[in-house]
Write a protein that binds this ligand. Structure first.
Ligand code: NDP
Length: 445
């Protein structure tokens, strides 16, 4: 079967050239589901994989806007509507200069499987732009967001395609995007998630992915009668997902000793929590460099990407794709790391992922561990429909329950397919079979 996967990926490289992140995401998922494909010829006879890797629709558009110096700027906007098999398209927007169609296709493919794994009635999508909001004034970001939405709004709606945040798209950007969407649509609806609690959002939405990831890691540790208590933890990134993963890890008894940004990393053996974490949150809002931390608190700052060489028991990558290579993975193992839980999407290279899978340590894949945002978005819809406002405690408790259920689903599926403890196999097979069966039932569309 792996020769089938190899030839499928070779074809994919020809039909979707120059998109290595997308090839990697498809490859990793297919490797995990290969035994299911072998047992179910119906999937292959119906050209299901060929349909699965082809987005239903891709929208690419010009985003003209005027910067603070009155210069006309042009960026490229995208929306990859990958699959509506299980519900309306749903997925975040990323604003980052490194955004390409290939990266958004990989993210949309991952999102499709992630949303399937949650068992929620949601399809998968991703979008964004090569626009960099960093260092831009609020007014400039607003003008960009309004122009972006002037084109995208016609494809968005609560039953069509639902937008949310990702790298570079936080509460500020979501507010501007929603304001323009509402104006153009002449409707106050749930086409955009992640709204502020005062106007239709839910509390704990920014926290959802990070908290959910920490809850997922706690479930993984519990399978080995272990917990966060007293453990040294490294968390990459210092944005939305990383900060709230750190907050939950601290409340679960772990000591976060290292965090990073795209320039370098800090190490603080006393632990990054409480006042220190609040400082990092404010720094993130100001979009200031991470090195400011060591001017105010203990610890050291180093330039470069070597956070994974800091000795820790648990690693939670929450920055970006392919941030852990084989050298990093080996350094983690050498230093005694026993658990890696992915807050970011596809943070390990394919080879690094194999190194961890072969090591037998606890390893939680992003498509399971970082689905907290999808889960809490569903809570937002439920609260809007019921006219209720759940408390932070209630949402956190429901989030924990759902993360536990997703973890158990991955674990159970892995056992059923002869790979006990392999959450990569469990997550991919559980997500794939729900999606594939629905595709078969809906015919050739
Ligand atoms: P943010 O933009 O809030 O934060 C990203 C952080 O990662 C920043 O601190 C950034 O530093 C850092 N970073 C970026 N590139 C690198 C790099 N090469 N090395 C080290 N650090 C880096 O993004 P989010 O927290 O929202 O997203 C992080 C990850 O989580 C992404 O993979 C995203 O797809 C995933 N995710 C996000 C969800 C969400 O709801 N937001 C939901 C599910 C997954 P700097 O500021 O210097 O660029």
């Amino acid at each position: 079967m792996s020769s089938f996967v190899a030839s499928f990926i070779a074809d994919l490289r020809n039909t979707h050239p120059g998109q290595p992140e997308f090839h990697q995401a498809v490859h990793d998922a297919l490797m995990a589901v290969a035994p299911v494909l072998e047992k179910n010829p119906a999937y292959r006879d119906a050209a299901l994989l060929e349909r699965l890797v082809e987005p239903e629709r891709v929208i690419i558009f010009r985003v003209p806007w005027v910067d603070d110096d009155n210069r006309v700027r042009i960026n490229r906007g995208y929306r990859v509507e990958f699959s509506s098999t299980l519900g309306p398209f749903k997925g975040g927007l990323r604003f980052h200069p490194g955004v390409t169609l290939g990266i958004l296709k990989f993210l949309a493919f991952e999102q499709t499987l992630k949303n399937s794994l949650t068992t929620l009635p949601l399809g998968g999508a991703k979008g964004g732009s090569d626009f960099d909001p960093k260092g831009r004034s609020d007014q400039a970001v607003m003008r960009f967001c309004q122009s972006f939405m002037n084109e995208l709004f016609r494809h968005v709606g609560p039953h069509i395609d639902i937008l949310a945040g990702d790298i570079g798209v936080d509460r500020r950007e979501l507010g501007f995007l929603y304001g323009q969407y509402k104006r153009l649509r002449n409707a106050f609806d749930s086409g955009v998630m992640g709204k502020a609690p005062a106007w239709g959002g839910t509390v704990l939405r920014p926290e959802a992915t990070g908290y959910g990831c920490a809850w997922f890691a706690a479930e993984m540790l519990a399978t080995r009668n272990d917990s966060f208590a007293g453990k040294r933890v490294a968390i990459s990134g210092s944005g939305t997902v990383a900060l709230y993963a750190a907050e939950k890890v601290a409340t679960l008894g772990g000591r976060v000793v290292a965090m990073s940004d795209s320039h370098g990393f800090i190490v603080d053996d006393q632990g990054i929590a409480g006042e220190k974490l609040e400082f990092l949150k404010q720094r993130n809002d100001r979009r200031a460099p991470l090195r400011e931390y060591v001017e105010k608190f203990d610890g050291s700052y180093s330039e470069g990407p070597h956070i994974w060489h800091v000795p820790v028991d648990i690693a939670i990558p929450c920055a970006t794709q392919n941030e852990i290579n084989t050298e990093d993975a080996r350094a983690l193992l050498r230093n005694g790391c026993t658990c890696v839980c992915e807050g970011a999407n596809q943070p390990l290279t394919a080879d690094a992922s194999m190194v961890l899978q072969e090591s037998g340590i606890l390893y939680g894949p992003g498509k399971a561990a970082n689905c907290g945002a999808a889960v809490v978005s569903a809570f937002e819809t439920a609260q809007n429909t019921l006219g209720l406002n759940w408390s932070a405690e209630e949402i956190d408790s429901r989030l924990h329950d759902l993360m536990r259920a997703i973890h158990d689903r991955c674990l159970r599926t892995a056992v059923e397919h002869g790979c006990p403890g392999n959450l990569i196999v469990g997550a991919n097979i559980a997500a794939f079979t729900r999606l594939a069966d629905a595709m078969l039932e809906q015919g050739v569309v």
